[in-house]
Design a protein around this ligand. Structure first.
Ligand code: G3P
Ligand code: CA
Length: 638
């Protein structure tokens, strides 16, 4: 059997999930028969002062109760068999349990499993920014049972007006369905977040609106969902560092400059539509101090005019055609001002990697920053430059702006200069980086991302991915987006599978009805059999219908890299409580139930068996009568 990491130590070794225990307790109460002792373990949840790398929450629910500090705001939440169960009866109930603390940079992850759902649209969520009271507004990362739907995964906000805002949706590589454990994770850095499904990034957003006090939470809607191994870890405050398994951040060099005239609004539009995460530009001032978007020191190459940009007025630059040099279909494109470019990004979407091109005075940098402020784009601009002065001025004037240092060759000590200049990213020529890849690890360790330029081929992207590069500045945005997509869909290895319920070796009496549950990785399809007959993950085992003794659940999963199998052998035991359950649910005449129950409580098992034999097919349905009689005879022999 293949065993996954992160298994709950206690719960998995005992009976199945929610339903069986509930049934057993009800029967025990009816018959006044003592139940088994519950396993007790030390809670592992430990709220702590948060620092990068700190595990702020680590909870496997082995203590058997809802952890201290967790607030079941609405709906029924309970801990059983080492898992936390939440239930919501309808799509109008966004039931939640809150915990943790407010964090700007963190990773939340959990094993999430749909036990039962009433429709594939039913969902469960990790709460990313949720007040302890559960009051709106809050943000969640959602997974539907039908996870391969186009909106199978979502980042969503519930507003104070109790409406949904859903800025990002995606489909996952396979459906969560029911009875299947999925390891889900979300990395949050301020307003950025990555949705990570079974170890792979499925979606990103830059659209979270963060509160000052919201913590973490788990949600359920229209389903019963169980959770296990919930962790929250604080991360270093740099969301530009690529987590393992995530694709590159795609930065469109001068817009989609292989497809349209560089540094124009049309190249920006094509890059945005093509899926770029950021647009890169080059900013320089006109003679009269207006920041324009132009790469060269002159307008000669990319417009129908001539002259140094710093010798031309804004009026003169605005009159130039910046599209006809690239192709007749672009006649009429203009050299945009920085303000025009930012307004386009603000209203139509996108973020800007703004390169301060060439020497700038402090006042010229101040003008650039004022334009960014005026356009209300401070949270969506990243500044880079080859010019150290320009970066220092930017830091002095607006320390909240992230900074990147452009380099044609590597510094002797990239970490030292990164610290000196307060860099968020070190941005080297990609070929220089490939010649000295060992600089990446210390930069990451220092909390500095690495963005390589200007890399336009798949073979280079592959090499840059292997050495840990975080972002690629490219002229070929659409191609890199496609490469990213293929990277995310790659197989990450052989499939694995474990049957998590019923646990191998479990002994279950008839009062229980465990749900078949599996945990699989790298697998698209899951098949399950019970004693060789077709069944399914998520299906309840009716132990009244199984003979006393050993039974086998088998599963086979199939993924791109092959198949994996697992088996679990459990035993249906005969007990007084289990037989009580069979009697109470037998559908027999009430008088017969009363007679049988009395004999059971008095442990007159042989007498009970004889009575049932006589009433089989009369006061007691024949099929269940044979089970009751057989179990009573077994008890009589004990
Ligand atoms: O973004 C990096 C890259 O733009 C630097 O070179 O000459 O294209 O501005 P350049
Ligand atoms: Ca540039």
């Amino acid at each position: 059997m293949t065993v996954l990491p992160a298994a709950s130590p206690l719960g998995r070794a005992t009976a199945g999930p929610l339903a069986p225990r509930t049934r057993a307790v009800a029967v025990a109460a009816a018959l006044a028969v003592a139940g088994g002792a519950a396993a007790v373990a030390v809670a592992t949840s430990s709220p702590a002062a948060a620092e990068p790398g700190n595990v702020v929450v680590s909870e496997d629910f082995s203590a058997g109760t809802v952890p201290a500090g967790w607030n079941a705001v609405d709906g029924a939440w309970k801990v059983e068999n080492g898992r936390l169960y939440g239930t919501s009866a309808s799509s109008s109930e966004n039931n939640k349990i809150t915990f943790g603390k407010h964090l700007n940079d963190f990773r939340i992850e959990a094993n999430m499993r749909f036990e039962t759902v009433s429709a594939a649209t039913r969902w469960a969520s990790l709460g990313l920014d949720v007040p302890a009271s559960g009051a709106t507004p809050w943000w969640i990362a959602t997974m539907r049972s039908g996870t391969t739907a186009a909106n199978g995964l979502e980042f969503a906000q519930r507003t104070t007006a109790n409406t949904w805002v859903v800025p990002n949706t995606a489909s996952a590589p396979y459906a969560a369905g029911t009875g299947r454990d999925i390891r889900v994770a979300v990395e949050v850095h301020g307003n950025q977040a990555r949705w990570i499904f079974d170890g792979r990034e499925a979606m990103r957003t830059n659209n979270l609106q963060r509160s000052t006090d919201g913590g973490q939470a788990l949600f359920v809607n229209g389903a019963t969902v169980s959770y296990d191994n919930v962790t929250v870890t604080e991360l270093p405050p740099n969301g530009y560092i690529r987590p393992e398994g995530s694709p590159f951040t795609v930065i469109a060099h001068r817009g989609a400059s292989a497809a349209a005239p560089e540094n124009t609004l049309v190249s920006q539009e094509i890059a945005r539509k093509g899926g770029a995460d950021w647009i890169e530009n080059d900013v320089q001032p006109s003679k009269d101090g207006v920041p324009f978007i132009l790469h060269d020191g002159t307008v000669d190459r990319t417009t129908d005019g001539t002259g140094n940009i710093r010798d031309l007025t804004a009026e003169q630059i605005k009159a130039l055609d910046a599209g006809s040099w690239f192709g007749p279909q672009y006649v009429g494109e203009r050299v945009p001002t920085l303000a025009e470019q930012l307004a386009d990004l603000r209203t139509r979407g996108g973020s800007l990697l703004l390169e301060i091109k060439g020497k700038h005075t402090r006042d010229e940098v101040a003008t650039i920053i004022q334009v960014i402020r005026d356009e209300q784009m401070m949270s969506r601009v990243f500044v880079q430059s080859f010019e150290v002065d320009a970066l220092q001025y930017t830091y002095e004037l607006a320390p909240e702006l992230p900074l990147g240092l452009l380099r044609s060759s590597l510094d002797a000590d990239p970490v030292a200069i990164s610290k000196q200049l307060h860099l968020t990213a070190y941005n080297p020529d990609g070929n220089a980086l490939l010649a000295k890849p060992e600089v990446v690890a210390p930069l990451h360790a220092a909390g500095v991302a690495v963005m390589a330029w200007t890399m336009d081929s798949a073979s280079l992207w592959q090499r840059l991915e292997r050495i840990g590069t975080d972002a690629i500045i490219t002229n070929r945005t659409a191609e890199l987006v496609g490469w990213n997509s293929a990277f995310m869909q790659r197989s990450s290895g052989d499939p694995t599978v474990e049957i998590t319920s019923p646990a191998d070796g479990a002994r279950l009496d008839r009062a229980q009805s465990p749900v078949i549950a599996v945990a699989a990785t790298n697998a698209d399809t899951v098949t399950v059999t019970v004693d060789g007959k077709k069944s399914a993950a998520g299906r309840k085992l009716d132990l009244v219908k199984l003979t006393a003794g050993k039974h086998t659940v088998s599963t086979q999963v199939t993924g791109p890299e092959g198949t994996a199998t697992a088996t679990s052998t459990f035993t249906v035991t005969v007990s007084q409580a289990g037989l009580g359950y069979v009697i109470l649910t037998s559908g027999a005449d009430p008088a017969a139930i009363s007679t049988m129950t009395a004999k059971l409580v008095d442990t007159r098992y042989a007498e009970l068996a004889s009575y049932v034999d006589r009433q089989a097919g009369k006061l007691i349905p024949a099929d269940v009568a044979s089970v009751i009689a057989a179990d009573a005879r077994t008890l009589a022999l004990k």
